[in-house]
Design a binder for this molecule. Structure first.
Ligand code: KMH
Ligand code: ZN
Length: 273
């Protein structure tokens, strides 16, 4: 029985196919990636999709087709990003839930995102949360800074628990504009999580990937890994396939005496079973 949820975020919305040809951007590449990552130890997939020119898209029928293909081809929990890219309008991001994924990401506030702004005004957060409750979609609360940890407590106090009754959090650390990807920041964020929190994972962007993964395991957290968050295994060593990052997470977990959860075990953790 597994006790470590490994979420793979294989694509993201910010890296281009030209800059990184090994990024899975077509549906066939995404399904192949999902299958190999599941075999390696992932329990959930966090999905951003691309159009035929490999550009980020939230096109509703393409999202629905992606959910169906991942359900058909894997046993992973399928989480669609509602963050999209920094250029996606809020209404298109709300409409992601129409594709009826198992889970959706839900970021708890606006964040400077490098030179861009990742917009998540409070009324949008509230609308998205209520839609997830009505639609039977389990949110994963993405927290980019300590203020967003506090905002999650306010959201739960106002609207109650998510669909499924479990509160699962992902700390996204090391984004330029968000909390740093350090053990100190992780400890502070975990200490401030609302008491309703039932599980949490962490991911560190870029060079903070390993420090954050090790800190998360040390605090009993789960892991998110993938090419959305990091494109190198070490300085100058590109990731060739997301499976490598999942396998490394499994190995780190093994050293911490944790074993990966299956998709079904992830479903139970998240209140989907
Ligand atoms: N692409 C980022 C601006 C999410 O998926 O919910 C936002 C993001 C978060 O990736
Ligand atoms: Zn994302």
């Amino acid at each position: 029985m597994g006790d470590l949820l490994i979420t793979v975020a294989p694509t993201g919305a910010e890296t281009t196919k030209d800059d990184c040809p090994q990024l899975p951007t077509t549906l066939a590449e995404l399904v192949e990636t999902a299958q190999r990552c599941e075999a390696a130890g992932a329990g959930m997939i966090h999905v951003h999709i691309r159009d035929d020119e490999h550009r980020p898209t939230l096109e509703p029928s393409r999202l629905a087709e992606t959910v169906a293909a991942l359900r058909e081809g894997t046993g992973l929990v399928v989480q669609l990003s509602t963050g999209g890219s920094v250029h996606d309008p809020l209404d298109a991001r709300l409409a992601v839930l129409d594709a009826a994924p198992d889970s959706c990401s839900l970021t708890m506030g606006t964040t400077n995102f490098g030179d861009d702004v990742f917009l998540n005004p409070w009324p949008f957060v509230c609308d998205l949360y209520q839609l997830s409750q009505e639609g039977g979609v389990v949110p994963e609360f993405e927290l980019f800074d300590l203020g967003q940890v506090d905002a999650l407590g306010r959201l739960l106090a106002r609207y109650g628990l998510p669909y499924g009754g479990k509160v699962h959090v992902d700390l996204v650390m090391g984004v330029p504009g968000g909390m740093p990807g350090t053990a100190d920041a992780l400890v502070a964020a975990v200490a401030a999580l609302p008491t309703e929190t039932t599980s949490w994972s962490a991911t560190g962007i870029g060079r903070s990937t390993l420090p954050v993964a090790l800190a998360s395991l040390s605090k009993g957290g789960h892991l998110r890994v993938g090419m959305e968050d990091v494109l190198t295994l070490a300085r100058g060593v590109p990731v060739e396939h997301n499976e490598q990052l999942v396998s490394r997470a499994v190995e780190l977990g093994r050293l911490a005496q944790r074993s990966p959860m299956s998709g079904d075990e992830a479903r139970a953790l998240l209140g989907l079973a």
